[in-house]
Structure formats: structure tokens, C-alpha cells
Design a protein. Structure first.
Length: 177
């Protein structure tokens, strides 16, 4: 699955974010993110960005570089119109995501979204895609006035969540299991 575009819309009636992404195979995935899930993705995404850079830099430098890159992404932000797809592998109705996890791989970072009944939707993201996802969710959380942009909130994941690492090769076509 090759992701081509992300989209997020705050739906006040639901107090949730409708998150959509499409793929190069003209597939669209529609998901509901709660405030807690958005907070978790922001925190884990920040940790993952630092962890990826820490492979080649000392931890303090990795953190500074990650912050610099994210700030550059904010300053160069270019939001485009979302192009809907024609195929909905999970159905046209959004699915509520219950938890988010990130696992570091050798060549990518896997964002694992836990759906009802424990099913996983795994998105393999590169460093730039993580930054784009963080920027999009930070922007939508600000519009929702969720208060997730205060210092320390986006940098600390929920206690039961952790950043996992795995050096085994991943299957880039794994979508749902």
C-alpha cells in the first residue's frame, strides 16, 4: 500500500477527527480519531522522529534536528485538495480507532491503528510522511481547540503505549490483519 494523500476534518458533532488517506491503488480508508488517539499519534510521532535520527546522531542532536525539521515542515506547509478514491477496503463508513502504536523498522516506521475486535491497520511511513501527519493532526487539533499544543502534552504518550522497535523486515503490502 503506497499512501498518496492524508486528509483530516474535525467533526464537532462527534468531537472527533475524520481521518482519511488514499493510496496509489485508488483505495480510500476512512477512520475516526478521538482526542486521545490524536494525542497519542502526535506524541509517538515525535518520539519516532527522534528515534529515527538517533540511529545516526547523539540523542540530544537527534532531538534538536527533529524539532528543526518539524518546524521547517510547519513553515513550508502546503495543504492541497483531497482527491477521493473509488475503492473503500474497510467500507465507506469511518471506523473508530481505539489505540495507536508506532513500531520502528529498518527502512520505515509502522503506524499501527487498533480497530474494534483488535484488528490492526498498519501504515508504513517514512520520516517525511510522519512529519506531514504530525503537522496535519496538530493543525486539526488546534482548529478543534483541544488544547493538545500546550508544552509537554504532545510529547508524552499515554502510559500504556510505547514506542516499539523491530529490526526484522516488514511486509510493505500488509494492510489489515
Amino acid at each position: 500500500m503506497s499512501i498518496t494523500q492524508f486528509n483530516a476534518t474535525y467533526v464537532a458533532e462527534e468531537d472527533r477527527v475524520l481521518f482519511r488517506f488514499n493510496t496509489s491503488q485508488s483505495q480510500e480508508y476512512r477512520l475516526w480519531f478521538t482526542r486521545a488517539v490524536v494525542r497519542s499519534i502526535l506524541a509517538l510521532g515525535a518520539q519516532a522522529s527522534v528515534a529515527v535520527l538517533a540511529r545516526e546522531h547523539p540523542p540530544e542532536q537527534a532531538k534538536a534536528i527533529a524539532e528543526f525539521k518539524q518546524q521547517a515542515k510547519v513553515e513550508q506547509a502546503q495543504f492541497t485538495t483531497f482527491v477521493p478514491a473509488t475503492n473503500f477496503p474497510l467500507g465507506a463508513e469511518p471506523i473508530l480507532i481505539q489505540q495507536a502504536r508506532i513500531q520502528l523498522m529498518d527502512k520505515a516506521t509502522a503506524l499501527e491503528l487498533v480497530m474494534p475486535k483488535g484488528q490492526l491497520l498498519t501504515m508504513n511511513l517514512n520520516e517525511d510522511m510522519i512529519a506531514q501527519l504530525r503537522l496535519l493532526l496538530q493543525t486539526i487539533a488546534q482548529r478543534a481547540q483541544w488544547g493538545l499544543d500546550s508544552p509537554g502534552v504532545a510529547a508524552t504518550p499515554e502510559p500504556e503505549q510505547k514506542l516499539a522497535t523491530d529490526t526484522a523486515p516488514s511486509n510493505p503490502n500488509k494492510v489489515l490483519h
